[in-house]
Unconditional design. Structure first.
Length: 266
């Protein structure tokens, strides 16, 4: 997503417009799963699955777009519904609608757990909302020995209002997980993990209003920038995280029958 591949920059309107077009277009996408209101598409060759794009869509009844937008921003609430998350926190703010953050997640055994440092930006557009990110390097948050540092080339959400009190959620991701993952992992993501993750976000949206009423209901720094107390980060401190600069973990030989049956959901 970074322009020219070298300079860190804050996405502008053209980037958000391009992301929206990718979410809504069907051209070049191959449907991999369509069941119970959830659709999953992929784009790219399986032989180069480490940079394949995955796109997922779910219709969310009884969840307004603005509620789902809050859910996806609220790191405190994420700890309640994202059982796959190990840790997440905001590192610092760049502008009123851009920040840098950290996220780590559990991969199904015997794969190694992954983590990201990303530059995230968001854009409310009337009743619709977008949140997008890509990987960056921050000098104070280098790769850790206990995680494989993955690279988000482009990841994000499009939330579209769909009548009164309902919305449609798109999730699009192109990630280099480092390591040549076996084909069964990519298939699992498309056919099992992604649909389950989307349903989990939907359920989180249904429960969020009640939870938020009991947990600092007026605190929403993603809506009210004056509430943001994060330290400022300069773009000059950041650089683009290139996959080829990271250690490559070869996991191609991991057999599917050794996969843990633990609850891997996103």
């Amino acid at each position: 997503m970074s322009r020219g591949g070298e300079m860190v920059y804050i996405p502008d309107d053209s980037d958000f417009s391009s992301f929206r077009d990718q979410c809504e277009s069907l051209e070049g996408w191959h449907c991999r799963y369509n069941k119970a209101g959830v659709t999953v598409w992929s784009q790219g060759q399986e032989e180069s699955c480490n940079v394949q794009k995955i796109k997922t869509r779910i219709s969310c009844k009884d969840v307004p777009a603005e509620t789902l937008y809050d859910v996806l921003h609220d790191t405190r609430y994420r700890k309640k519904w994202d059982s796959n998350m190990i840790e997440t926190y905001d590192i610092g703010r760049l502008t009123v609608n851009a920040d840098v953050g950290y996220y780590s997640w559990k991969c199904p055994s015997p794969l190694k757990n992954r983590d990201f440092v990303t530059l995230r930006s968001w854009l409310p557009l009337g009743n619709d909302y977008m949140i997008i990110n890509y990987s960056v390097k921050h000098p104070k948050y280098p790769p850790r020995k206990d995680f494989v540092r993955a690279v988000s080339l482009q990841t994000g959400y499009l939330i579209k209002a769909n009548g009164d009190g309902a919305c449609i959620l798109y999730y699009l991701t192109q990630v280099d997980p480092r390591g040549s993952l076996p084909k069964w992992v990519v298939n699992r993501v498309s056919q099992f993990v992604a649909p389950k993750a989307m349903k989990k976000i939907y359920k989180a949206g249904l429960k969020y209003p009640e939870w938020k009423r009991r947990h600092d209901p007026d605190y929403k720094p993603w809506v009210y920038p004056e509430q943001n107390t994060l330290p400022s980060v300069s773009l000059a401190e950041l650089s683009v995280q290139h996959a080829d600069s990271l250690e490559n973990i070869d996991e191609t030989g991991l057999p599917e029958d050794h996969l843990s049956t633990s609850d891997h959901e996103a």
